[in-house]
Write a protein that binds this ligand. Sequence first.
Ligand code: CDP
Length: 249
Amino acid sequence: MRQAPELAQPATGDHQRVIAIDGPAAAGKSTVARLLADRLGALLFDTGALYRAVALAALRSGKSPDDEQSLFCIASVAQISVRPPSLQDGRLYDVWLNGEDVTWSVRDPEVGAIVSRVAEHPAVRAALLPLQRTIASGGPVVMVGRDIGTVVVPDAGLKVYLDATPEERARRRFREAAARGSHQSFEAVLRETLHRDAIDSGRDTAPLRPALDAVLIDTDGVPIEQIVAKIEAIARAERNESGDPLWPS
Ligand code: CDP
């Protein structure tokens, strides 16, 4: 299928108060972003939830993750929203799909097993792009994903790329899943993490990679608090054209 034109066009609007956080699976992006957004008074928008919601809808309607046309239809008509958390059950945000709270369903291993194949399709990415760009233009936001700094909001005021070794990332994901009652083995979690990384980094459209001007942070063994403090300090030091802080304390 041809590449949709939106992917080639730049985002419009003032994105000085957009913080883009990209990186591979379980690099700590969402947790860091939640804390950072709360401190800065910004919205948190985790774009992975959009791809997971499309993957969940595809599973439910029996569509193959290779069926780009059907997935494009799903991504185009599905009502997906990512909102502040409505329950205190460990969630960092709510994910809604066609009027249903699917916050935990989108984290099911079945969804994790196919989401990167769903996200590989240019048509799916193009269908999910306008919503992401609308959010980026709407105000202070911390946006999390794989291609935020490179494709979705290349002129974001601050771009961060979080990374960690695959073993460390799989350990984190394994602990999170076990706490939710999952029986997936560590080896299975590691395999899936590596598999998703390979697809996300190897795809032709919007592959996972740091933007040239991203701040690279290795999160291996670094406490979350320290990572958040580092990014917050960089954000607080930023100024607009008039010299005023972009993120005043
Ligand atoms: O939370 P985790 O790091 O496991 O993944 P996620 O952020 O929920 O993203 C799930 C999948 O969606 C990724 O593995 C990518 O395949 C895809 N994704 C993407 O392609 N582009 C984004 N901006 C965000 C996610």
